[in-house]
Design a protein around this ligand. Sequence first.
Ligand code: FMN
Length: 317
Amino acid sequence: MNVLNKIKKFPFVLAPLAGYTNYPFRLICRQYGASLVFTEMVSIYTITKKNLIKKNSHFFYFSKKEKPIALQLFGNNPDLFYEAAKIGQEMGYDIIDINMGCPVRKVVRTGAGANLLDNLQLAEKIVKNTVKAVKIPVSIKIRIGPTEKKNVYLDFNKMAEDNGVKIIILHARTRTQGFSGYADWKHIENLKKKSRLFIIGNGDAKDRNSALKMQKETGCDAVMIGRAAIGNPFIFKEIKNKNYHPDLKEKIETALKHFELFYDFARKRAIFEMRKFFGKYLSDFPYAAKIRKELFAIDDYEQVKDYLKELRKTIIL
Ligand SMILES: Cc1cc2nc3c(=O)[nH]c(=O)nc-3n(C[C@H](O)[C@H](O)[C@H](O)COP(=O)(O)O)c2cc1C
């Protein structure tokens, strides 16, 4: 079955989130039902240098159980995109996604990410080379446009259609908005009406109701969920099954499992990096602030696990 058919079966996917969507978190989201996961954005410079791949192996590691998985690339150089996409395909990813939406200064400064929205010609060269390089589907992740006054998504849709892109992901904000304000879903609806491609809507799907609402109101082929999934992989199962709600025991057990996977993968770094997930997993526990304070003061693997196991006992009692 091709990737798009797999996504159609349950059209809710995990967004690329720098600093979050690495192997352990992606695997857990897949296990809770996300039909596609994305790596965090990876530079075309990094993936085309053997020594940098080795140094940054945590960006590239994935397990077969995560498949289908998309590799997201960012950069500004069409020739390197060609090489990078080829390498990504060889590594076994199922989709190559091109980042045209990141508004972060260190990315846009180089003309990459959301600054490509100002440069359709360069974006087209990048797309052409990427599509030429691989047999697997290529997607682009864009925003509405650079500013409120300048929408470019329909121009990018035409460019994508003309050059063999299969999927467009539209984060329905402008570059200047960053992550503020709200996502204007009418642009997703408009894109879906005008495009021949597979459209993934993104922005402010915060819970089961809003994710289903985006799907219904815009008619998009799939909904992408980002921030709402952090420490809350349960969201995918909640969307699938309206009677399902994780209880505190399941939350803590999933947090523990996530931590164990993370530690096996990243060792000591996992202890610190898990904190941003723990905060969310445990946010609706009684005395959450006290728990966070105590848990974040521990920097030993076994002690973190013991703390969580004790906490589980107090819940079960
Ligand atoms: C911490 C963080 C990291 C992100 N990293 C990426 C990234 O690497 N690549 C990307 O295309 N978008 C990235 N995004 C944007 C998300 O993929 C998504 O488009 C955005 O958060 C809107 O969706 P949401 O409302 O469901 O969170 C990031 C967003 C956040 C909050």
